[in-house]
Design a protein around this ligand. Structure first.
Ligand code: C5P
Length: 307
């Protein structure tokens, strides 16, 4: 059977500075992105003639609501990737079965949907080249296509460590840290929609002035250098929409994490830990308390083919 699989990583924003709302409907941001080894996997295979795009979603260890929340129609980013790339390649939209294997929480501020799209960019371009005899798309074309569809997709294609400007999609890769990082990720039952957090941010009106993140990142040599730099301008907005996150952050820090912050637009709390064992032990404690907790580490590569 004609089949291609690819995977792509989750992200955390180590530093997330947000400016004013632009006329494009997006905010200018200045972000230091780090990829984590929590990976989404998509498999593209040929569908029965005339069936169009069929999407199936399964999960690995995620609560059932994270699987049922994923749309299986053309609003899913993976379908948008197929439609956009087919147009760019000048082919008709093929009949395809797409299987998504989710590990990243949905609506958690960790780029779960964007990672699906990033994996799909790699998988579908390889599928089309191999089985539909199209030309090969360049990495630059795939990054551009990702940018058209969402702000975090290009970073999930690139992975590792990068600075994102514009609406988060203009990336410059920087040398990965020479040390590993280990994270505890605490996911609340309730999700937060990205637009509502940005709207709240506008209401609060605390616009940031942007730092030169290239020089800031040059000063990060050890985990101790990183801890005081962790910062998210969207955190006050996320905390105002979900005040209970404040208690969660304090409990995680009391349990020993080096620092806990809201990840992206939340509500996931990303906590930097001194070791994987510490992250696992905090996860075990939290998992008994109506919080779903995961552990993930860096470095992590960008989207790549599997199998
Ligand atoms: O691009 P993405 O789908 O991730 O963005 C979702 C929504 O989040 C946008 O429609 C916009 O309301 C908000 N957003 C923003 N500024 C950004 C990124 C996202 O206002 N830089």
């Amino acid at each position: 059977m004609n089949k291609v699989s690819a995977s792509a990583p989750a992200k955390v924003n180590l530093i997330f500075e947000v400016g004013q709302l632009e006329q494009t409907g997006y905010h200018n941001v200045n972000s230091l992105f780090l990829a984590l080894d929590l990976r989404e996997e998509v498999t593209v295979s040929s569908g029965l003639p005339g069936t169009g795009i069929s999407i199936f979603v399964k999960g690995d260890g995620l609560p059932a609501r994270h699987i049922s929340a994923v749309p299986t129609d053309e609003s899913n980013l993976v379908a948008k990737v197929v439609i956009l790339l087919s147009r760019k390649l000048g082919i008709e939209i093929p009949d395809l079965q797409i299987d998504i294997f989710k590990r990243i929480p949905v609506a958690g501020g960790m780029a779960g949907g964007s990672a699906d799209a990033a994996a799909m960019l790699i998988a579908f371009s390889a599928y089309a080249h191999q089985y539909l005899n199209t030309r090969e798309l360049t990495l630059e074309e795939l990054l551009d296509a990702g940018s058209e569809l969402g702000s975090d997709i290009s970073f999930c294609v690139l992975g590792q460590l990068a600075i994102g400007t514009g609406r988060g999609n203009q990336l410059s890769a920087i040398t990965p840290f020479s040390f590993e990082t280990h994270w505890l990720l605490a996911i609340s039952q309730q999700g937060l929609s990205t637009p509502s957090v940005y709207n709240k941010f506008d209401d609060l009106g605390n616009f940031s002035s942007f730092r030169d993140l290239a020089s800031v990142s040059q000063g990060i040599h050890t985990i101790e250098d990183l801890v005081p730099l962790l910062h998210n301008d969207l955190e006050p907005a996320a905390l105002s929409l979900m005040p209970q996150l404040r208690t969660l952050i304090s409990s995680i820090e009391e349990l020993g994490a080096l620092r806990a912050i809201v990840s992206g637009s939340g509500p996931t709390i990303a906590a930097l830990c001194s070791s994987k064992e510490q992250a696992k032990s905090i996860a075990e404690t939290l998992n008994g308390q109506e919080i779903f907790a995961l552990v993930a580490s860096s470095p992590a590569l960008g989207a790549n083919l599997e199998g």
